[in-house]
Design a protein around this ligand. Structure first.
Ligand code: API
Length: 330
């Protein structure tokens, strides 16, 4: 079994999800939780300052003591700076999920990781992540066909985080709602794979405002935000802190990757991968933990630079040996 020492960078919902997932990994040890906030206590003791992972003056203390850092910040404004900085000192996994910006993020992280001799796995989680793998596998085996991805109904961590960064917003959640008629048509093989994400989903946002904030200005800032809301029908509801606490603490999510393809005239096949998640952060955290295991092993084999789940041999995600996996799961 691997023995790898893992650090968690960021202690919000996702960081706690990773902490929970690590408790189920027999071969991975949590070295410490790092955060930008002061005075944070975790299940395993006090958190360390996040600067100790990114500042070359401070991180010597951890050199040789951490095998992989799991970055648990948001894609809107944390990960594009944090992941290259962490990659210049440590192997790292992140869940960067702004699909349109993944190629640029990959290049930046790749440069930093190659210069430092580290390995960085970016854009892991379930989408991008497990769903990306399903899209790839389905297209590889059914090249003559078309695919659709649906998210929800459920809470998107990335969109919720993006709304919380809008000036005047105190707290926020965002629910992604698939258009059920479109989903039913896709399941029946009646769509052509040409639909945009906005054709398939609506977005519903609940915000608690800072006192004095202008609700219309906040609404405009949300609905026009590129990559997150501009491409969708978006509803914004302003609610009280009490209603927020009473109604919006659940973090369920899920979705579907559907592909239909033909192999000869009149012979068609359907592939459907579905996720139903009670907790988006605990599940995303579980994917990140399996990826951290693979990164520790791939770095030990000499791999350097940036990679995604497409580049990971699946057996390296699992704690058992290759021989055991052939016996049990093949
Ligand atoms: C998140 C995402 C989950 C993917 C679904 C998301 C959505 O929770 O941040 O619109 O709900 N990685 N794209």
């Amino acid at each position: 079994m691997t023995h790898a020492r893992i650090a968690i960078n960021g202690y919000g919902n996702l960081g706690r999800g990773v902490e929970q997932a690590l408790s189920l990994a027999p071969d991975l040890e949590l070295v410490g939780v790092f955060t930008r906030r002061e005075g944070v206590m975790t299940a395993s003791g006090p958190a360390f300052p996040a600067a100790e992972l990114t500042d070359p003056q401070l991180r010597d203390r951890w050199t040789g003591k951490i095998d992989v850092v799991i970055n648990c910040g948001g894609s809107k404004s944390d990960l594009d700076t944090q992941t290259p900085l962490v990659a210049s000192g440590f192997n790292v996994v992140d869940s960067f999920d702004t699909h349109a910006r993944i190629p640029a993020h990959f290049e930046q992280v790749d440069d930093a990781a190659r210069a430092a001799g580290t390995l960085a796995l970016i854009s892991a989680g379930w989408d991008p992540g497990l769903f990306s793998l399903q899209r790839l596998l389905a297209e590889a085996v059914l090249p003559a066909g078309h695919a659709e991805t649906f998210w929800g109904p459920g809470l998107s961590q990335g969109h919720s985080d993006a709304v919380r960064r809008v000036p005047g917003v105190k707290n926020a959640v965002q629910y992604t709602v698939p258009k059920e008629q479109v989903r039913a048509a896709a399941l029946a093989g009646q769509t052509e794979g040409q639909l945009s994400a906005g054709d398939k989903h609506r977005r519903i946002v609940y915000v608690v405002l800072e006192s004095g904030a202008d609700p219309e200005a906040v609404r405009q800032a949300i609905v026009t935000m590129p990559n997150y809301f501009a491409e969708y029908e978006t509803e914004v509801h302003v609610i009280s802190e009490e209603e927020f606490a009473a109604e919006h603490t659940g973090m369920a999510h899920g979705g579907d990757v559907i592909r239909h393809g033909t192999t000869s005239p009149g012979t068609s096949h359907a592939l459907h991968f579905n996720l139903a998640l009670d907790s988006n952060p605990e599940f995303t955290g579980s994917v990140l933990v399996a990826c951290a295991r693979a990164v520790a092993r791939m770095h030990a084999r000499g791999e350097r630079g940036a990679v995604t789940l497409f580049d990971v041999p699946p057996a390296l995600l699992h704690p058992a040996s290759a021989a055991q996996l052939r016996a049990d799961l093949l």
